[in-house]
Design a protein around this ligand. Structure first.
Ligand code: IMP
Ligand code: MG
Length: 169
């Protein structure tokens, strides 16, 4: 590990602010918070506890097949929420936006189900993607262009449990 990029305290403070922003952004209607697994699991669980309005929680598992299919943009939903999306506010929660490729494909799939609104909340944004058709409405932190682990983010499935975010050597 190289250095701690974000301490547990910094993360908790910002997550509480995001919870306030989200509470204010949805004055009415049904809100479904959809976590993209696995990376969002810790962020989502802290975040929903800072939102002070009714909501439901579900998860999505998306997978891309290899580099060729990935560049052609094919994303398969391995786990698809059974909840009806039509007419609901959908808040898609992601750990980190890098190229934004995964996210933009998942958005396309969800958009076809006629939600009332569809927005993204990302804990971290690397700002690598400059052409995002669907930029995240809620962002926790601008991320350095380093490989980050902890607070849900992994390297080969390790480090997800760390309460802080660190950059790897
Ligand atoms: P994208 O489709 O290129 O935006 O990739 C986003 C996904 O790649 C995230 O959901 C993460 O799972 C993973 N990812 C991107 N950057 C990092 C990082 O710095 N650390 C850990 N995982 C990352
Ligand atoms: Mg991931």
């Amino acid at each position: 590990m190289k250095r701690i990029a974000l301490s547990a305290e910094q993360i908790q403070d910002r997550v509480a602010q995001l919870g306030d922003e989200i509470t204010r952004a949805y004055p009415d209607g049904e809100l479904l918070v959809l976590g993209l697994l696995k990376g969002s699991f810790i962020f989502l669980s802290d975040l929903v506890r800072c939102v002070r309005r009714p909501l439901h929680v579900d998860f999505l598992v998306a997978s891309s097949y290899g580099n060729e299919t990935q560049s052609s943009g094919f994303v398969h939903l391995v786990y698809d929420p059974e909840t009806e999306l039509a007419g609901k506010h959908i808040l898609l929660v992601e750990d980190i936006v890098d190229s934004g490729r995964t996210l933009s494909r998942v958005i396309e799939v969800l958009q076809q189900r006629n939600p009332r609104s569809l927005e993204i909340c990302a804990l971290l944004d690397k700002h690598v993607a400059t052409h995002l058709t669907y930029p995240p409405k809620f962002v926790g932190f601008d991320a350095p262009n380093e490989f980050l682990v902890g607070y849900g983010l992994d390297h080969a499935e390790s480090f997800r449990h760390l309460p802080y975010i660190a950059s790897l050597q």
